[in-house]
Design a protein around this ligand. Structure first.
Ligand SMILES: Nc1ncnc2c1ncn2[C@@H]1O[C@H](COP(=O)(O)OP(=O)(O)OP(=O)(O)O)[C@@H](O)[C@H]1O
Ligand SMILES: [Mg+2]
Length: 395
């Protein structure tokens, strides 16, 4: 079973990339489920396949698609917890309608979507699940969430028996009766499922995260930060997709030529910045990318004769080791020929300039939050990587 997740900045092409991947995979006779946590209609619009709901809808022989609807899912599986939260807010003197609105905590759709994935994995009906996630920051937090909750549930179960947690935590503030057995059972079930899910997400043999960007500095920066966080969390990123690249323009029109040149420079930059991750380049088509036929053609450009479910890369590009006293960052650098390099820190990022036979290559690495209280201590270039150490300002 493979779980392939697409994320990236808004509008970069996560949905179309997920759809193309699912279409190609199902064409290779892999039973595939395409899931989106985006607002309603996203998959239906991209595939131009009519209504796609919470239940997997058959698109072709081996392809199923589902669009997670938070209201339906909530009602189906988590009514007990939902009502409990709502009654908690009601007890605080809130109006009924607002209570239900508040109980629908932010990010609930993502969480329900992940639970849907767990359910689909458990059903063993699919060889691959392709997940279209929302914008990067959010997506990563939700991918990491099951791990935190999972380990919390383990701890609680060790200390206070199997069922304990949200309900009990809220108990002192809740003027109603004690949480019902039903509630505790639903909660225990939820925690257990999140824990199982966490095992899948952190297994590089099962899960690959793929980052979609466009040929602009903003979405690239976003992808790089996501890559750093994913490396930090331990979620395997196996590909970068740069989508909507303008063709080389042969024209007198400086407007178009400028844009094309700018984009091609960003693509070159991406290849050294994301090194050694595979960077796939997808052109900007002359029309909006949608519909099964066009998405299939896009899959050929993305994957050619490769199987989209293969693991394209499985090492960490950025490796962080250490604690609050000090930290070592290892960055893989391309074609570093000699020791001519410059490392400079600018607030929450580090700029690495390495001399190569094709001139200087600049790589900007986002830093994790823990380094905010640290200073750059040393940098040394080894065979294929740059090792940078930080030490706490308190030392
Ligand atoms: N290579 C391309 N050529 C032409 N149009 C494209 C290309 N890639 C994506 N599009 C179009 O760009 C728009 C955004 O694509 P898509 O919905 O896949 O992005 P997204 O990252 O999922 O967006 P959101 O953040 O809103 O979920 C769509 O209209 C899509 O058809
Ligand atoms: Mg989308």
């Amino acid at each position: 079973m493979r779980l392939v997740i697409y994320t990236g900045k808004g509008g970069t092409g996560k949905t179309v990339s997920a759809c193309s991947t699912a279409l190609k995979l199902s064409g290779l006779k892999s039973r595939t489920l395409l899931v989106s946590a985006d607002p309603a209609h996203t998959l239906g619009d991209a595939l131009m396949a009519g209504e796609i709901g919470g239940k997997p809808t058959r698109i072709s022989a081996d392809l199923y698609a589902a669009q997670v609807d938070p209201v339906v899912e909530m009602d189906l599986h988590f009514k007990t917890i939902f009502s409990y939260f709502a009654s908690y807010f009601q007890a605080k003197g809130m109006d009924d309608t607002i209570s239900y609105e508040l109980a629908m905590l932010p990010g609930m759709t993502q969480l329900l979507c992940l639970l849907k994935i767990e359910e689909s994995v458990r059903s063993r009906e699919y060889d691959a699940i392709i997940l279209d996630m929302p914008a990067s920051g959010e997506a990563l937090r939700f991918l990491y969430f099951p791990k935190i909750v999972g380990s919390l549930s383990m701890r609680l179960s060790g200390l206070a028996g199997l069922v304990s947690g949200f309900g009990r935590l809220l108990q002192p503030y809740f003027s109603g009766s004690a949480p019902s057995t039903d509630l505790m059972k639903t909660e225990a079930d939820l925690l257990l499922r999140l824990e199982k899910l966490s095992k899948l997400i952190f297994d590089p043999n099962i899960t690959s995260l793929r980052l979609v960007a466009n040929a602009d500095s903003f979405s690239m920066e976003n992808a790089k930060r996501t890559l750093m966080s994913a490396n930090l969390y331990g979620i395997n990123v196996d590909m970068i997709i740069i989508n909507k690249i303008m063709p080389q323009i042969r024209s007198e029109d400086s407007f178009l030529v400028n844009w094309a040149d700018f984009q091609h420079a960003r693509v070159t930059e991406a290849k050294s910045n994301f090194y050694p991750l595979p960077v796939k380049e997808v052109p900007l088509y002359s029309e909006e990318l949608r519909g099964i036929e066009m998405l299939k053609r896009n899959a050929e450009i993305l994957f050619g004769d490769q199987d989209p479910s293969q693991i394209f890369y499985r090492e960490k590009v950025f490796e962080f080791k250490g604690d609050s006293l000090g930290l070592t960052l290892k960055v893989k650098v391309p074609f570093a020929k000699n020791s001519d390099f410059l490392v400079e820190r600018i607030s929450d990022r580090i700029t690495i300039k390495v001399a190569t036979n094709i001139g200087y290559v600049v790589n900007v690495v986002p830093l994790p939050a823990i380094t905010l209280g640290m200073k750059l201590k040393a940098a040394r270039l080894t065979d294929k990587e740059l090792v940078i150490s930080f030490e706490s300002n308190r030392n």
